[in-house]
Ligand binder design. Structure first.
Ligand SMILES: [Zn+2]
Length: 386
C-alpha cells in the first residue's frame, strides 16, 4: 500500500512535472510569439520613426534654406526701396527745376511779347503813318542839321527796339533750350524710377512666393512632427506592452540590489529625475530619467546590472538607445548614445560596456539619459543608484 502510494506519488509527480513543462512551454511559446510580434512591430515602427525624423530634418534644412533666401530677397527689397526713395527725391528736385524754368520761360516770353508790341506799334506807326509822319517830321526840319538829327533819332529808336527784341528773343531761346534739357533729365530720372519700381514689384512678388513656400515647409514640418509624436507615443505603448509581457512571463529579477554607475568616467548630474523645463522644447515636462554629463562623447556606457538587451536602435528623440531587461519587470534605458555595442537578445553583466556616450536624438550635448522602469513605468533611478 505504502509502495503503491509512493508509486502513485511518483506517477502524479511525473504527471505534474510533464504538465508544468507542457504548460510553461505553451506559455513560453504563446508569450514568445506575442513578444516576437510586438518586437517586430517595434522594429517596423522604429524604421518609420527614423524615416519621419529624416523627413523632419529635411524639412528643417529646407526651412533654413528658404529662410536664408527670403532674408536675402528681403534685404534686396530694402535696398531697392532705398534706391527708389533716392530716385524719387531726385525726380522731385528735377520737377521743381522744370517748374522753375517754366516760370522763367513764361516771363521771358512775356517780355519778348511786350517788346514785340512796342516794336510793332513803332513799326506800324512808321509804316502806316510813318512815311507821312516821319516825312512830316523830316520835312518839318528847319535846317539840314536838324534834319540829320531827326533822322538819327528815328533810326536809333528803331535800332534800339530791334536789338532789344533780338536780345530778349535770344534769352528766351536759351531758357527754352535749358528747359528742354531739364525735361530730358527729368524724363531720364522718371525712366530710372519706373525701372526701379518694376524691379521692386518683381522682388515683392518673389518675397510673397518665397513666403508662401516657407509657410508650406513649416506646415509640412509641423505635420511631420505631429506624426512623429504619435509614432513615438505608439512606440512607448509598445515598449510598455513588451515590458508588461516580460513581467508576466515572471522572469525573476536577475539584477543586483545596487546598480553599477552607468558612466564610469563621470558622476555629474546635469538634469535630475522630475519636473523641469525641457532644454529644447522650453516647456514644462516631466524628466523621466537622470542626465549624466561631464563625459566626453565616446566615453563608455556600462550596464547598470545583469540583464538582457531588449532594444538596441534609434528611438525617436532619445536617439541611439539601449534597453536592458533585468527580469522582475525591471528595465533600464540608456539614451543619446553615439554608438551601440550590443544587440537584441544579448545577455550582459553588470558593468559590461554596452554603448558610447553621444548626443543623438533631441540633445544639446553629449550626455547619458539613464532611465529605470518598473513594468514599463519610469521610476526614480536613485532607488537603485548610490
Ligand atoms: Zn534626459
Amino acid at each position: 500500500m505504502r509502495r503503491n502510494f509512493s508509486n502513485y506519488i511518483k506517477t502524479a509527480a511525473v504527471f505534474v512535472i510533464i504538465a508544468v513543462l507542457f504548460l510553461s512551454s505553451v506559455i513560453n511559446v504563446a508569450g514568445g510569439s506575442e513578444l516576437d510580434s510586438l518586437r517586430q512591430k517595434q522594429r517596423e515602427l522604429n524604421n518609420k520613426i527614423i524615416q519621419q525624423q529624416k523627413k523632419i530634418n529635411d524639412a528643417r534644412k529646407r526651412e533654413k534654406t528658404a529662410t536664408n533666401e527670403l532674408e536675402v530677397i528681403e534685404r534686396e527689397l530694402e535696398l531697392t526701396e532705398l534706391e527708389l526713395e533716392q530716385v524719387t527725391a531726385q525726380l522731385i528736385a528735377a520737377e521743381t527745376k522744370v517748374r522753375k524754368i517754366q516760370k522763367e520761360l513764361e516771363e521771358a516770353e512775356k517780355k519778348v511779347k511786350e517788346q514785340e508790341e512796342t516794336f510793332k506799334i513803332r513799326a506800324v506807326s512808321m509804316y502806316k503813318n510813318g512815311p507821312i509822319d516821319y516825312l512830316e517830321v523830316i520835312l518839318d526840319s528847319k535846317t539840314f542839321s536838324d534834319f540829320v538829327t531827326r533822322m538819327d533819332i528815328i533810326s536809333k529808336i528803331i535800332e534800339y527796339d530791334s536789338s532789344l527784341l533780338n536780345s530778349l528773343t535770344e534769352h528766351k531761346e536759351l531758357i527754352a533750350d535749358k528747359k528742354a534739357e531739364l525735361e530730358l533729365q527729368r524724363d531720364e530720372i522718371l525712366a530710372v524710377r519706373n525701372e526701379i519700381g518694376a524691379k521692386k514689384r518683381q522682388i515683392e512678388a518673389k518675397v510673397a512666393t518665397r513666403g508662401r513656400l516657407l509657410n508650406q515647409i513649416q506646415n509640412d514640418k509641423k505635420a511631420y512632427e505631429t506624426a512623429l509624436r504619435e509614432m513615438e507615443a505608439a512606440q512607448n505603448r509598445l515598449n510598455q506592452m513588451i515590458a508588461e509581457l516580460q513581467a508576466k512571463q515572471n522572469k525573476g529579477y536577475m539584477g543586483t540590489a545596487t546598480f553599477t554607475w552607468p558612466v564610469p568616467v563621470s558622476r555629474k548630474i546635469t538634469s535630475g529625475y522630475g519636473w523641469r523645463i525641457h532644454p529644447i522644447h522650453k516647456t514644462r515636462k516631466f524628466h523621466t530619467g537622470i542626465d549624466i554629463g561631464g563625459a566626453p562623447a565616446g566615453s563608455n556606457i556600462v550596464a547598470a546590472t545583469h540583464g538582457e538587451v531588449i532594444y538596441a536602435a534609434s528611438l525617436g528623440g532619445y536617439g541611439l538607445t539601449v534597453v536592458l531587461d533585468h527580469g522582475g519587470g525591471i528595465s533600464t534605458m540608456y539614451a543619446h548614445a553615439s554608438k551601440i555595442l550590443v544587440s537584441v537578445g544579448q545577455k550582459v553583466n553588470s558593468g559590461d560596456v554596452i554603448a558610447k556616450v553621444g548626443s543623438t536624438g533631441l540633445s544639446t550635448g553629449p550626455h547619458l539619459h539613464f532611465e529605470v522602469k518598473i513594468n514599463g513605468q519610469h521610476t526614480d533611478p536613485w532607488k537603485y543608484l548610490q
